[in-house]
Design a binder for this molecule. Structure first.
Ligand code: ADP
Length: 299
């Protein structure tokens, strides 16, 4: 009697274990080929890899949320495109993806014949985000292991089509995701976005230190919401102080790639999924300056 009971329970237990492993190995549920074996000696050692179909990778990073990093990432990507480059954007924020909203894109990505995710395209740029895979009302409730594996799939299992630049919109801070990307990916340069407030700058310094530690070249600092032009009298007011970011950048031997005004249209248009680089030539200028500075440094 006892042994029959054990026999009937066995398959169920095995099914559950297998399922748990597959979920961790392949959280995005992509079709898999034969498992590649990693030589024993290289297990555990991070190897920096290139992303196939991508020429240069740029990280857009900020030490804290809400400083306008994603807005800078999208508009800089579009500005690079306006300079004649083929561009894609990867949203590396698994828990708070904002690229779908900023590019006005929804829907699940299709899978290519070789089992890769096909990017969604708007305004001529290719994009991939966790936001396309999980509905916006649902929270991603995953432990670290699943998050890291999903991140790897977003990094290495997307079929980009011969891009000159892939802009990666990093999650804020200097945690696991940032470290994984910095250690596993061959990156051409990082852009730090900050507001001129001292509090943001204190955090930005941590981001600068992290990239130096993992030997990723720092392209420079973008000063967002750096001044306000009064719509009536055209007076330029430096609400958060004018020299903070520049001073901090100089201290760390960093260039300021550009300064973007605090402007209502940037906020309103971005929230509608209409980035200002596509809709407002005047407001596009600082982003085009940033893109030109990046191109000058990398080409
Ligand atoms: P982060 O990626 O750092 O969390 P977001 O790019 O999501 O920040 O921007 C946060 C909010 O600030 C958004 O509502 C965005 O439209 C707004 N925003 C970003 N840059 C500017 C700017 N220069 N002027 C006005 N609003 C801005």
């Amino acid at each position: 009697m006892m042994s029959a009971r054990i026999v009937t329970m066995m398959p169920r237990a095995r099914w559950f274990q297998t399922c748990a492993r597959v979920m961790h190995e392949n959280p995005l549920g992509l079709p898999r080929k034969k498992k590649e074996s990693i030589p024993l000696m290289s297990r555990g050692l991070p190897i920096k890899q290139r992303i196939s179909g991508v020429n240069r990778v740029i990280l857009v990073s900020s030490a804290k949320g809400g400083v306008g990093k994603s807005t800078v990432a999208v508009n800089t990507a579009l500005a690079l495109q306006s300079l004649g480059r083929r561009v894609g954007i990867l949203d590396a924020d698994i828990f708070g993806p904002s690229i779908p909203r900023l590019l006005n894109l929804t829907g699940e990505p299709r899978i290519s014949d070789n089992g890769k995710l096909l990017p969604l395209i708007n305004y001529g740029i290719e994009s991939m985000s966790m936001g396309y895979l999980v509905s916006s009302e649902k929270a991603v409730v995953w432990r670290g292991l699943m998050v890291m594996k999903a991140l790897q799939q977003l990094l290495f299992d997307v079929q980009w089509s011969n891009l000159d630049y892939l802009v990666i919109d990093m999650p804020p801070g200097t945690g696991d995701t940032q470290l994984t990307i910095s250690q596993q990916l061959k990156v051409d340069g990082a852009v730090i976005v900050s507001t001129p407030q001292d509090i943001a700058l204190i955090d930005a310094v941590k981001g600068i230190a992290m990239f130096k530690q993992v030997e990723i070249p720092l392209l420079g600092l973008v000063q967002n919401m750096s001044y306000f032009v009064c719509p009536n009298c055209k007076h330029e007011a430096h609400i958060f102080g004018s020299e903070g970011a520049r001073r901090e950048a100089a201290k760390h031997h960093l260039d300021v790639l550009g300064s973007i005004p605090l402007n209502e249209a940037i906020c309103v248009q971005s929230d509608k999924g209409k980035p200002v680089v596509m809709t407002d030539p005047e407001l596009a200028k600082p982003y085009i300056d940033i893109a030109s500075n990046i191109v000058a440094k990398l080409e």
